[in-house]
Design a protein around this ligand. Structure first.
Ligand code: UDP
Ligand code: MG
Length: 316
């Protein structure tokens, strides 16, 4: 019995990439013996002709299934939708722009057949990403891994193969705000890492830059660590202790040396400095409370408008 393997591919405004994707991926799949494929393409509310092109693809080839989301939910939600729809014994997530090389897929499957439950693709050369992106990414990974018990391997993206049992485990995680890199690391399982060189985009532009990456990083840090809020307890305690010592010093000085002219500058400094620290710590609390609020609403992670697939029998 050939094993059914699912590809999960998020598409957001990738009109130019759809056909290139199919041309890039299908030859690789056809070289793999003893496998059957389903290709779950998630249209994440694209505003261009991505959906139309995906549907055209699915109408020609019944291995393609198009999960059409009702609007743009973001890549994390799109991947979740794809994983929920995938039925394979192993599932591979790959970007639509083929920055992750399909040529790695045979090696991933081989590692899986040899017993790996997760096969990660690690980018050894990211020269196709901008220098700023690489630098901020490395800062993020080192900060995240210092703060959080769950370590995210650096330079590992979403390109990976997962055994069915890993996807089942992921589906048990109920959180709405899904920082997938963290969730992948959280579930664990027997992992093998393969190196690859990240290619340039085949068409179109990156959807992640500046503010989007910043928010993504914040999401990652707050999803997997409470240190950013706990730190204020310690800073507050140290500040209180110092203030107490200073108070004692002033009392002593007044008793022994009498009352000197009080320095308004130091008071002014103390008021503004500690005032700002309080506001920062309240803001930090707010970050977490906001996330609790979003989680408690229990909204679904994504909404599907329609699923497009030709049944294999309808092809003549
Ligand atoms: N993507 C998505 N929803 C979004 C943004 C991106 O499904 O809101 C998809 C996008 O179509 C692509 C993948 O996520 O297949 C990675 O996006 P991109 O190539 O822009 O990110 P980068 O490779 O620059 O990190
Ligand atoms: Mg890309």
């Amino acid at each position: 019995m050939p094993s059914l393997i699912s590809l999960v591919v998020p598409f957001y405004n990738e009109g130019e990439s759809v056909d290139l994707f199919a041309q890039g991926i299908l030859p690789v799949l056809s070289t793999l013996s003893d496998t059957e494929w389903e290709i779950v393409c998630v249209d994440d509310g694209s505003k261009d002709d991505t959906l139309k092109r995906l549907i055209a693809l699915a109408s020609q080839d019944s291995r393609f299934r198009v999960v059409e989301l009702s609007r743009n939910f973001g890549k994390e939600a799109a991947m979740t939708a794809g994983l929920d729809s995938a039925t394979g014994a192993a599932i591979i997530i790959i970007d639509a722009d083929l920055q992750d090389p399909p040529e790695l897929i045979p090696d991933m499957i081989q590692a899986w057949r040899q017993g790996a439950e997760v096969v990660l693709g690690r980018r050894v050369d990211r020269s196709t990403d901008s220098a700023a992106k690489r630098l901020t990414a490395s800062w993020f990974y080192s900060l995240h891994n210092k703060l959080s018990k769950i370590k995210i391997p650096s330079n590992v993206g979403d390109f990976r193969l997962m055994d069915r049992c890993v996807v089942d485990a992921l589906q048990q995680l109920p959180e709405r705000q899904r920082f997938m890199k963290g969730l992948f690391a959280w579930v664990g399982f027997r992992t093998v890492t393969l190196d690859y060189v990240r290619a340039a985009r085949n068409a179109g532009e990156t959807k992640f830059s500046g503010l989007a990456l910043w928010n993504f990083a914040l999401e990652g840090l707050t999803s997997f660590s409470t240190l950013p809020i706990r730190i204020w307890t310690y800073l507050g305690s140290i500040g209180a202790l110092l203030a107490l010592l200073y108070g004692l010093f002033i009392v002593g000085r007044t008793l022994f040396l009498g009352n000197s002219v009080p320095g308004y500058a130091s008071i002014f400094f103390a008021v503004t400095f500690f005032g700002s620290i309080q506001i920062i710590s309240i803001g930090m609390l707010g970050e977490y409370i906001g996330r609790i609020y979003m989680e408690t609403k229990q909204r679904p992670i994504y909404l599907v408008r329609k699923i497009h697939q030709n049944s294999p029998t309808s092809l003549s």
